[in-house]
Design a protein around this ligand. Structure first.
Ligand SMILES: [Zn+2]
Length: 340
């Protein structure tokens, strides 16, 4: 979730509205479930169980559940708002989420935006004009999603994570990894469109960069949709996070597992994998934004956005399915590489 928020979200309803970010719980759980199935019977599965006391499916939502911790009181306020977080709603688990947020709230080292630092770990914002992820481009930072995956990996490999990450141990690191590998496969968590006040796409890496041209991963782009017969305004980012039933895989069908097993193994040193995946999502992101039209900026710094015909069926849904399968496959590849 990329939305900028400074207010304390005490009410569960408000929290629910604001937290609808990253692949939604169904998407993250599908990623974890696919990975669990792919590592079953391997040494990695034993190690995962030992570290987590549960499985990747359960762990995959933890980093979003931790967003229920207030950044003013550092108390968990999400109770009852999200069914997938219920497993973490007990005093011991809430303490762990609260400690994580406290350690990772005001620790950001590179200026990117004003979000609580741990929330910045879930994304990067590379312009769709770039053909690869590279540190230093506008939208990247030392605390972005690519760096966050490497920080979690470092802890799982008995190394210290790079600043600004404060990860308490292997259980926390694996929970984060299971989530961030899902996020990096959501193209709008990597690829960003930058738009000027007139609604014209601009290139933030050319000439002088105007921070106002940021669309925050599509959170500032508004779509008019009809849901259940009711017209609604939704955020472009949320429309991609919501897998809309595209991945109903609490029990992944055999065909899905077959597809996941066929995902090519990422090559090179583990520390380069998140960069490779970000580059892939960036290129997919260029397709996600292809043909969109943006109205001039509203006073609330938003752009009414028009999608090309057939977008949901032809562009979004197939990409979501494919990316969730890839994320599950690659999470399995990572843990198998960590514990062969
Ligand atoms: Zn996330």
């Amino acid at each position: 979730m990329k939305q900028l928020r400074k207010t304390t979200l005490a009410a569960a309803g408000l929290l629910a509205a604001a937290q609808a970010g990253a692949w939604n719980a169904a998407g993250h759980r599908a990623v974890g479930t696919i990975a669990d199935r792919l590592i079953a019977g391997t040494p990695a599965a034993i190690e995962v169980r030992k570290i987590l006391g549960s499985n990747l499916r359960t762990a995959a939502v933890w980093a979003d559940c931790a967003k229920g911790v207030s950044t003013t009181t550092f108390q968990y306020q999400g109770a009852g708002a999200f069914p997938e977080c219920a497993i973490y709603e007990n005093p011991a688990s809430q303490k762990q989420m609260e400690a994580f947020v406290r350690r990772n709230h005001a620790n950001c080292t590179s200026p990117h935006n004003t979000e609580s630092c741990h929330k910045q770990y879930h994304y990067t914002d590379v312009a769709i004009q770039r053909s690869e992820y590279r540190a230093g481009y506008v939208g990247t930072s030392e605390q972005d999603l690519v760096a966050a995956i490497n920080a979690a990996l470092a802890v799982l490999q008995d190394r210290a994570p790079a600043p600004p990450f404060h990860i308490a141990g292997k259980r926390e690191a694996l929970r984060l990894l299971a989530h961030y590998v899902g996020d990096i496969h959501q193209p709008l968590h990597v690829a960003a469109v930058y738009v000027d006040r007139q609604g014209k796409v601009v290139d933030p890496d050319e000439g002088s960069f105007d921070p106002r041209s940021e669309t925050h991963g599509g959170n500032d782009l508004l779509l008019q949709v009809v849901q259940g017969g009711v017209p609604k305004t939704i955020k472009m980012h949320g429309d991609w996070d919501n897998v809309h039933g595209a991945v109903p895989w609490d029990q992944p069908p055999a065909a899905v597992l077959k597809q996941a097993r066929a995902v090519a193994k990422t090559t090179g040193d583990l520390s380069t994998w998140s960069t490779a995946w970000a580059t892939e999502s960036l290129r997919l992101g260029a397709k996600a934004y292809a043909g969109l039209q943006y109205a001039p900026e509203s006073p609330a710094h938003q752009h009414a956005t028009t999608l090309p015909a057939g977008y949901a069926d032809e562009v979004r849904t197939p990409a979501q399915r494919e990316q969730v399968v890839k994320a599950g496959a690659r999470l399995a590849q990572l843990v198998r590489a960590l514990w062969p």
